[in-house]
Design a protein around this ligand. Sequence first.
Ligand SMILES: [Fe+2]
Length: 488
Amino acid sequence: MTALPTASETPTAATEHVPRAAYGCVAAAVLCAAAVCLASAPDAAGAAAAVLPTLLPLAALHTLCEIPSHRRPGRPGGGFFPVLFAAAFLLPPGAAAAVALPAALLGRVEQRPAGPRRVWRAARLVLAAWAAAQAFTLLGGGPALREEALPEGLVKALSAAGAAALVFCLALAALDGGMRAAVERMPVRTAWCGLLSAALPSYTVHGLGGLLAALLWNGPYGPVAAVCVLTPLYVSSRHFAASHRERAAHHAAVRALVQAVDIKDPYTRGHGDRVGQASVLIGRELGWDGQRLELLRFAGVLHDVGKLGVPTRVLRKDGPLTEAERRTIELHPEFGHEVVRGIGFLGEARSAVLHHHERMDGSGYPYGLAGRQIPVFARVVAVADAFDAMTSTRTYRRARPAAEAVAELERCAGTQFDPRMVRALARALRRHGWQPETTPETTPETTPETTPEAAAAAHGEPDSAAPGEDGRPGVDGNVSSASASGTR
Ligand SMILES: [Fe+2]
């Protein structure tokens, strides 16, 4: 229930208004769950007793796996479904559905009202487990799992388990999408979009884990062997969930900083994101990948976070800057470094925040580093920064074509920019192209129309120096640096 998140999805207790439509969805799910359970209930006491030796340990195991993540705020949550799949493969559909109940009903719920959220969590898992067990049974997976049917039955069991995982995923996607459509009043197609494709790979892995556990459960070592297999799966599942949540938290932190900069300086809104994209283009050409490329993107996105320390009246000044104002603006790399230096996960990206205005000839700021003294991330971001500044539309001029911007970068390679980074960007652009920013980054209502000189100085445009283009001097009085300087 996207509108009724499960306990572990929220770090603190809070009361949230629940729309009436959500209660309707909960009621419908409960009715459906009750109906399928009653329809699947064994019609004889003997049949019920026969499933209990499998149902009770699996329900206890599922509860043991789920409750810790519900009871510890901040601990990664998410379902651990191999136990449910094992139940779907070992038990009749009604009994498999019952395995999900204890954990779903006993687990902690962070947001209020807790009751409906618990009931929804239980109903959706009951329905999904029941549907998966039905699919497995209909495809003949049960007999194929018996010891006497192996190994010939393994292929059939695998096919049935794959189908069960798909059905499990479909059921949850349908329920969650239906809830989202009802609560957020969005088209059903939009609500369901992405739910299935995002979840199917992990459900398939969980289904295979469940099949393995079921095979061992039926084997000579019984439940003990199954638990031995499920334990490493459980540990890796929790580790993966922790990594996923940590990564999401990193992205949220970076996004918050970027939004703060965009609010403070709406004139260059979107510039950070584009510099991040251009930096990644360069990084890929250099053969970087994985975590390093991710950090490089962060570096590009956050390079001007130090604008937060520059007075807004200076950033938005409508007119030429005084020398004191220019010096204040040139402090933004150091302000930015103050902001990010304590953020450990940014790693190497922090050096780009501090040094993205250094120049290869040593005449940049804040420290006047030269050549390879300049951190490599900073050399990449400097090129991406200048490229985006030149290819973005400003209120006093339209964007330059990418080819023209690259020519300008090449002209300044060696003095201002690292030629290797410039060549990498040129190669990447030939390979992938670039969609230059063609719309003004702000509106007259939000930002005053500045003079070209003030805008270039305040926003670090290619000043183009453009001697000739605007007929104005470069920010630092140096034509080449001015012509291809990035945002401040
Ligand atoms: Fe900058």
